[in-house]
Write a protein that binds this ligand. Sequence first.
Ligand SMILES: Nc1ncnc2c1ncn2[C@@H]1O[C@H](COP(=O)(O)OP(=O)(O)OP(=O)(O)O)[C@@H](O)[C@H]1O
Length: 315
Amino acid sequence: MIELIRVSKRFGAETAVDDISLRVEKGELCVLVGTSGCGKSTTLRMINRLIEHSDGEIHLDGQPVRTFREETLRRRIGYAIQSTGLFPHWTVARNIGLVPRLLEWPVTRIQARVEELMNLLGLPQEEFADKYPSQLSGGQAQRVGVARALAADPEILLMDEPFGALDPITRETLQEELRALQARLHKTIVFVTHDMDEALRLADRLVVMHQGRIVQQGRPIDLLRAPADAFVESLLGGEDRGLKEAALLPVSERMRPLRASQGHAQERIAQHASLREALSVMLWRHAERLIVIDEDDRPVGELSLRRLVRARDDE
Ligand SMILES: Nc1ncnc2c1ncn2[C@@H]1O[C@H](COP(=O)(O)OP(=O)(O)OP(=O)(O)O)[C@@H](O)[C@H]1O
């Protein structure tokens, strides 16, 4: 668990982070969003002490980070950044093994761990272990960066725009992989991004920052439904919020049991698809009613346009 209590950071006369309090529970994926220069990266770097905070307290599992030895911070906190920070003259395998080597793990254990991580991140050993960073695509390099951050099996992962430089498709793939990884590994993650869709897709807890302060935090759906002010509302997408909310809700949430009289609907949608996808199918197929199917393609319900747009309170 990470806790920031009334934390500030000043660079000379400038206050980059201004009296923020934040608690990230074990296993939670917390995303920091906000306009450029609002203090997201500074907040992240104060957690692993790349930057020392000026005021307040930062605790890991109740213990002040100031009291941790460098080695302990390395072991407990992984760090992945947009530019990957890979050493260009080191192979992929050597880059991934960096922290275990610094921690003086035995060579065989390092090799086994590097192999395990390359498998986990979809980087086949035979193909990638001996490559150099310049021989990788952006997406592959990011995977190596994430593998390296996970190498010493830290409880905490700090990620600063790790997918920032990627094309939208690779980016979405890595977002899905991060969620899947998180479901398996239960790390405590703090993730910084500019991209609101990425933030909404990934976050258990969304933290909106503005001019060094936290202006609102909570579950993405709660922020979408009740933004604290006009700034948060516009950052969350203004009039697009309806679509963003629909992207977070599964079809199963609004469908109802299939009745014989509705059997004429032909278009289908998976029950795990989002309401946004359902709306898109309706628009594309000119259909006001969809049959909802399960993983085995069996009809399990139906979703009408009327039901999709209905206010939550009417249910
Ligand atoms: N080492 C430093 N020395 C002086 N000022 C700094 C330093 N690092 C950051 N700042 C200032 O602190 C403020 C917050 O910067 P920070 O990088 O945390 O913002 P950010 O929200 O991560 O921005 P971006 O999204 O553009 O990366 C900025 O005004 C920045 O200029």
